[in-house]
Design a protein around this ligand. Structure first.
Ligand SMILES: Nc1ncnc2c1ncn2[C@@H]1O[C@H](COP(=O)(O)OP(=O)(O)O)[C@@H](O)[C@H]1O
Ligand SMILES: [Mg+2]
Length: 314
């Protein structure tokens, strides 16, 4: 079996709201998979169904081949969920929280303490372990929350918006944790509103909007969806710009974007055109190029293209 999770036509309604509205999805084992979408898209609802915390209204969800409703107890042994809102005891120290959890999971006292310290160390929290959680920064809390869900290493972990509200430094630490988890063989399902995060961390991305998957693939594939890349050129001699434009206009799949700068040129090149070929044409015409760069479309562009809405306006 290649998939950690397979979802067939999953629906979840809350009254008249179709929070998840017919989702088909397959999450490969040992991968990092991102559910990317704006607030209210249905990410948490989908994750909670996968984690057996919410029953699908209809449809089938299997986790490592086990049905999330019929074999919920077995699924729970394989899966760990870290919520958008951490559930730690504020009054206890980080170390006390972890020791309590390790005991709950069946470790005996000395083993519990060892496992707790091991996790605190792995998440850079050993020194902070003696402080009360209420005095932790957002990033420390989030890391402790992830550590808490790893007392027993799960086959799959669901991280629901693990970096929402974090400063860039804390966000980077959480990213490191996610990469380490994936490297240790745990399948990671994460939800995010950040296009860059999905791009940076995940092997595959499903873009979710209003309860539906509107696109799925690797970040490269999603970028391909919107087709073109950009080529930026700076000419050695601004006087050759008109001639350069004439050359580029003859190349199929190249659309020129005028720059204000008199020595610069930008063009959109379609997915099938090799940017270096385009450059080569200029060089063969004896037009000297000082600098060039290729730009790929961002996932923001993809989202905008797919939904025709600016995600920051949602
Ligand atoms: N327990 C609930 N009761 C009623 N409506 C809900 C409940 N949970 C989620 N919803 C609604 O379902 C939709 C999807 O929510 P959610 O899954 O939390 O989205 P996301 O996690 O992507 O922000 C929203 O319209 C939300 O208001
Ligand atoms: Mg959510």
């Amino acid at each position: 079996m290649e998939y950690a999770v397979t979802i067939h036509q999953a629906v979840r309604t809350f009254g008249a709201t179709r929070a998840v509205d017919g989702v088909d999805l397959q999450i490969p084992k040992n991968s990092v998979y991102a559910l990317l979408g704006p607030n209210g898209a249905g990410k948490t609802t989908l994750v909670r169904m996968i984690a057996t915390l919410l029953r699908p209204t209809s449809g089938e969800i299997m986790v490592f081949g086990k049905h999330v409703v019929r074999r919920a107890d077995e699924v729970r042994r394989d899966i760990s969920l870290t919520g958008q809102f951490a559930s730690l005891d504020e009054e206890l120290t980080g170390s006390e929280n972890m020791r309590m959890l390790t005991r709950l999971y069946g470790y005996r006292s000395s083993g519990a303490n060892m496992r707790a310290d091991e996790l605190l160390e792995a998440f850079g929290l050993l020194d902070a372990g003696s402080r009360q959680v209420k005095n932790y920064s957002g990033g420390m809390r989030r890391r402790l929350d992830i550590a808490a869900s790893l007392v027993v290493q799960p086959r799959i972990i669901c991280l629901d918006e693990p970096t929402t509200g974090l400063d860039p430094r804390s966000r980077n630490m959480v990213w490191t944790v996610v990469r380490q988890l994936a490297a240790s063989g745990t399948t990671v399902l994460l939800t995010t509103q950040y296009l860059e995060e999905a791009d940076q961390l995940s092997d595959r991305i499903a873009v979710i909007d209003r309860g539906r998957i509107i696109a799925e693939g690797t970040s490269g594939e999603l970028k391909q969806l919107i087709g073109s890349a950009k080529l930026h050129i700076r000419l050695h001699n601004a006087g050759e710009r008109e001639r350069a434009l004439e050359v580029l206009e003859t190349v199929e799949g190249v659309t020129i974007v005028r720059d204000i700068d008199s020595a610069a040129l930008s063009c959109d090149i379609s997915g099938t055109v090799d940017g270096y070929e385009v450059l080569g044409k200029l060089v063969r015409e004896g037009i000297a190029v000082d600098e060039f760069s290729f730009g790929r479309p961002s996932l923001d562009d993809v989202f905008f293209m797919l939904t025709r809405e600016d995600p920051s306006q949602l």
